[in-house]
Design a protein around this ligand. Structure first.
Ligand SMILES: Cc1cc2nc3c(=O)[nH]c(=O)nc-3n(C[C@H](O)[C@H](O)[C@H](O)COP(=O)(O)OP(=O)(O)OC[C@H]3O[C@@H](n4cnc5c(N)ncnc54)[C@H](O)[C@@H]3O)c2cc1C
Length: 443
């Protein structure tokens, strides 16, 4: 069997999941036909001695670690550096604020990645990369050498960009609760402690930020909690954008029908300052507003490890990548994925997208290490669900395909979908989606 025949058989499987089967197929063909077995064995040996290091075990990095192990038949050694002890899911975290889920339902152990998949774990914070020596340094552990480095650090919130916010956060007066840190219970306690008739203010930065529909889902969840427990309370949404960024018609219709006296939506309101002692919020143009509990989301950029090591070459905020293999535009053998990258057109910053990118990148890296062909027209998928109360949800979905000529991902025409209206059925599907992606990422 020649290389062309091998490749033809290889591509009879579809997508990255076929690589695992192709691994076995490749070995079987090699053994059965005597085809360059020693060369394949040499490649396998080289691949298993390659040092693959990942920073960040969110939806991107954790999925990548797992699939690198699976697709390489556990040959490739994977080291993962993560600063958090456990995985806290941002998807479904808004339901905790609405008292429609508990923290226990969104927090998971990393154990399966270590014990079941054999990922080498370093609990530490990566700080500095020496690209020429191919070494990464951490706060505790110095000098971890890599052949391939993958950064999946998610986003950093630029709290200094809003006057007074850093101080308010340091004094535990205002929380963001918009990342893997343990802030959801703190914000939940503030909401639970509100008196009937008080005002919760949600400040939304200009796009792009993590999870475009997320703030509108959060406002809906807090409103659903108020409607049940403190009906005189208000949710004031101060949005720096022109309009609701996702499922706009559904959100606005649902709010008008279900929370007419609770939600007050104000577009084009960019928060520029907070005074946590006077409990006021300032803007560039409009008059100050008062609040009782504030949840101010500042502008965002790629995580520090990418930014501080010179990889945020797009607007000094996001990491530009070569979409054929997600390699950094600035550093060789350094790949990036998830929220930290400058997405292709219409590519959202979401858990589903980070998970999807991770599986494609795992297949590309395994193919490269074993000298197999990579998928020339890979697909990425995305679906984001948002709950508007305890049961009704909406979704937005898209399919993106790599375009070899333009070297980017493009949305496949007619592939996108958006809910016409919220429904309980979509609520059931949203719970199923969450269970599936948690299992796919972590177990
Ligand atoms: C409220 C909310 C709701 C959301 N809902 C949805 C939803 O319904 N559907 C959806 O698809 N998406 C949703 N998202 C978006 C989703 O959570 C993110 O897009 C996704 O988590 C991005 O994955 P990531 O791997 O790029 O980054 P993250 O998941 O943020 O993971 C980054 C990881 O890297 C670690 N890290 C960072 N820097 C270092 C370092 N230097 N050293 C060691 N470790 C480091 C962090 O601790 C973290 O664990 C939501 C987000 C929010 C905030």
């Amino acid at each position: 069997m020649n290389r062309r025949q091998f490749q033809k058989l290889f591509w009879q499987g579809a997508g990255p999941c076929a690589l695992e089967a192709n691994w076995k197929l490749g070995l079987g063909l090699g053994l059965g036909s005597g085809l360059a077995w020693s060369s394949m064995a040499q490649k396998a040996q080289a691949a298993s001695s390659a040092r693959v290091v990942i920073v960040g075990a969110g939806f991107g990095g954790a999925t990548l670690a797992k699939y690198l192990r699976i697709l390489s038949n556990h040959q490739v050694q994977v080291t993962l550096i993560e600063s958090q002890k456990s995985f806290i899911s941002s998807p479904m975290s808004n339901l905790v604020l609405g008292a429609n889920a508990t923290m226990a339902q969104i927090e998971f152990s990393y154990d399966a990645l270590r014990t079941r998949h054999g990922v080498k774990w370093i609990e530490d914070r990566a700080t500095e990369i020496d690209f020429s020596k191919k070494v990464i340094h951490c706060l505790q552990q110095k000098s971890i050498a890599y052949d391939k480095l993958i950064l999946a650090p998610g986003m950093k919130m630029l709290i200094e960009d809003i006057e007074g916010l850093k101080e308010a956060k340091a004094r535990q007066q205002i929380f963001q609760a918009w990342g893997p840190e343990r802030e959801i219970p703190l914000l939940q306690a503030q909401i639970a402690g509100m008196q009937n008739g008080q005002t919760f203010v949600l400040g939304i930065p200009e796009s792009p930020f993590k999870c475009p529909p997320g703030p509108y889902e959060r406002a809906s969840q807090v409103a659903s909690y108020f409607k049940k427990h403190k009906p005189q309370c208000k949710v004031l949404i101060l949005d720096a954008n022109q309009d609701v960024l996702s499922n706009s018609a559904s959100f606005k219709r649902f709010w008008a029908q279900n929370y007419p006296t609770i939600i007050d939506y104000r577009p084009q309101h960019m928060v520029t300052s907070v005074d946590a002692n006077r409990k006021t919020i300032g803007f560039e143009i409009q008059d100050d507003v008062s609040y009782d509990v504030a949840n101010i989301l500042p502008p965002m950029r790629a995580g520090d490890i990418a930014h501080q090591n010179g990889l945020t070459n797009i607007n000094n905020k996001w990491c530009g990548v070569d979409f054929s293999n997600f390699e950094s535009q600035k550093a060789k053998d350094v790949h990036l994925l998830g929220d930290a990258i400058q997405g292709a057109p219409l590519m959202p910053k979401s858990a589903h997208m980070a998970n999807s990118q991770a599986k494609i990148l795992a297949s590309i890296l395994v193919a490269e290490l074993f000298d197999w062909p990579a998928d020339p027209a890979a697909f990425l998928t995305n679906t984001c669900y948002s709950f508007l109360d305890d049961q009704n949800a909406v979704h937005i979905a898209s399919v993106h395909q790599y375009d070899k000529l333009e070297r980017t991902y493009k949305v496949i025409p007619q592939s996108s979908g958006i809910s016409l209206q919220p429904s309980e059925l979509e609520g059931v599907e949203a719970h199923a989606w969450a269970k599936h992606i948690w299992a796919d990422t972590l177990s």
